[in-house]
Design a protein around this ligand. Structure first.
Ligand SMILES: [Zn+2]
Length: 292
């Protein structure tokens, strides 16, 4: 009988960013990037880290935290989806744990590769100039649909669309837990920037697929540091409701400000309001809405 797994969650802080092209945002307020998590699943001998944050400083903190959290050898750093805020911080980890492999599912690799190309690099530089590794290691394909930690199964599963093209999860049956990447959020405004009715439907379907695994615990890729728990029921309900509410308002509201005001009436306690402003403004920037 193998020893039990332990699950540890590192929650980063909200990171200041320039407010950029978001007209509904009050420039007197500090715009921030959503707090992001990394999850360590450790046995006695081996461990797997899920996601690796964004900045150099976050990557260094994470590497120290892994060392403090377990004596097990880190075999893999699994990236849930191909967005920079979940893997650009891996450099410090790969230096500290040179035998660990940075991997992801094949479905995510194209999007991850795009993050290091000039157009996306320019976007990340506008937000985090000088703070991140501009030559980050990009994950390589994991050759199976699971990883193994001391005989315990970690299923790595492509689920569908969320805030990007393809989101994957790590399902840990022995813990009744899922590390959801950006499919479920925990008390943080969801990244609906540039979303469409179609992409929001896809995201809701991804939440349905998550629920089909009947997890008790969901570790969300973006989690308010003060979130009360990681209860799967609560996260699934709030994520579904948030997308549905935004979808309804995006179809009916006349201004971005009206979307923001109505959403804040329900979700005023959520972290990172800047995300909501950017998402609301994006609904009026598309050719479809302004007639251009
Ligand atoms: Zn994210």
């Amino acid at each position: 009988m193998s020893t039990p797994l332990t699950l540890h969650v590192f929650t980063g802080q909200y990171k200041p960013i320039p407010y950029g092209e978001v007209p509904s945002w009050d420039p007197a307020q500090q715009a921030t990037w959503p707090a992001t998590t990394a999850t360590l699943i450790a046995g006695h001998e081996h461990a797997v880290l899920v996601d690796a944050l964004l900045t150099r400083s976050e990557g260094e903190q994470l590497a120290r935290w892994v060392t403090d959290s377990t004596d097990a050898a880190l075999s893999h750093i699994y990236i849930t989806h191909g967005h920079a805020d979940h893997f650009f911080g891996a450099g410090a980890l790969l230096r500290q744990f040179p035998y660990a492999r940075l991997v992801s599912r094949p479905e995510t690799l194209h999007e991850a590769q795009q993050q290091v190309e000039p157009a996306m690099m320019a976007a990340w530089t506008a937000w985090f100039d000088g703070q991140f590794d501009t030559a980050p290691t990009v994950p390589v394909e994991v050759s199976a649909d699971h990883l193994d930690v001391d005989g315990h199964l970690l299923r790595v599963l492509p689920i569908g669309g969320a805030d990007g093209v393809t989101a994957t999860i790590v399902h840990i049956p022995d813990l009744d837990a899922i590390v959801s990447g950006d499919i479920a959020y925990n008390d943080i405004h969801m990244w609906l920037v540039g979303s469409t009715p179609h992409s929001r439907r896809e995201w809701l379907s991804s939440l349905d697929r998550l629920e089909a695994y009947a997890p008790k615990t969901i570790i969300a890729g973006h989690r308010d540091p003060a979130a009360p728990d990681d209860d799967a029921r609560r996260l699934l309900d709030q994520s579904r409701q948030y997308i549905s509410d935004f979808d309804r308002l995006a179809a009916s509201a006349d201004t971005a400000g009206a979307i923001v005001e109505a959403m804040l009436a329900t979700y005023g306690h959520f972290g990172n309001p800047y995300t909501l402003h950017a998402a609301a403004d994006s609904q009026f920037a598309s050719p479809r809405r302004d007639g251009s």
